[in-house]
Design a protein around this ligand. Sequence first.
Ligand code: KG4
Ligand code: ZN
Length: 341
Amino acid sequence: MNLILSIESSCDDSSIALTNIDNLEVVEHLKISQEIEHSKYGGVVPELASRLHAVALPKLLEKLKPYFKNIKAVAVTTHPGLSVSLHEGVAMAKSISAFLEVPIIGVNHLYGHIYSLFIGKNESLPLLTLLVSGGHTQVLRVKDFNNMELLATTMDDSVGEAYDKVAKMLNLGYPGGPIIEKLALKGERDRFNFPIPMQNSPLVAFSLSGLKNAVRLKIEELRESNSLDEQAICDIAASFEKAVVKHLLQKSKKIFKKDNSKYFAIVGGVSANSYIKSNFKKLCKEFGKVMLEVDLKYCSDNAVMIGRWAIERYKRRDFDNLDSIKVGATKECREIVSSTK
Ligand code: KG4
Ligand code: ZN
């Protein structure tokens, strides 16, 4: 059995996975999430995250000892993310690479999210993808492994960040996305008429900060008049979500009109959101695209997606240098603009 060991520690999830290089089968997927620890702060505290990774990663690795003899390469997220958190994973990957004398592959976390679509299976390309996570909101065209093109990005906050901040304003905890989604199901989407960002702008880009501010003002207004009750919170969540989706759809539609990729997919943590997904399903139907979906357990950060991307690199014998690999400094550590390698 030929295995790739992959490590993900870019934010608040410590994860290690083993994937069979030959048949893409996921052999092990271990993950310790730090959500509870960060929840009381309403967001991720980098120093705390890094300390927790330092405890969690060795604990997970210990469980994989019986497989060490089968490991042919080690892959690790090197960018983007919290540098103190990334460092924990990179340091561990370097030690494993040196100890087992296997090559090392530094992976761009965003490539991992895109390849989370292809865990356990071959690629379906060309693909248009909306990458929505805590740190990014982008539309990319993936022609093949060697050819990705950035078509749109956010000018300020990411979608995940906006969900997290709205949840924080309402003292609901972290991460905000799943909490807001759940409350929105009990809310009235038309109660608050939040502005759809950049509605009249021809720019194909995203912006969430204006909407976030409008939500903040509404919360303050309701608090002052003592009317921020349970139903009002659900209605805020629902109305906010409606504005987010309208914005994402409106800008994506402009891209869909000019794109002939067969496949479309939403990737990144926010892709777990059913309301966003169902609306994009309708858009895909309208434009005759096949919508692919990430398995729910691989939407949020995980090491399996890092391993899946790294297998493509392994097949091409495309490795990094053990002496020079470090956080933010490998060949994949540039933002994707138009990356024809
Ligand atoms: O990809 P991810 O796990 O980490 C980053 O790379 O940032 O994404 C985390 C983000 C958080 O902002 C979280 O609130 C959001 O994904 N998220 C959601 C949902 N589940 C997670 N946002 C909306 N709806 C959800 N169901
Ligand atoms: Zn992520």
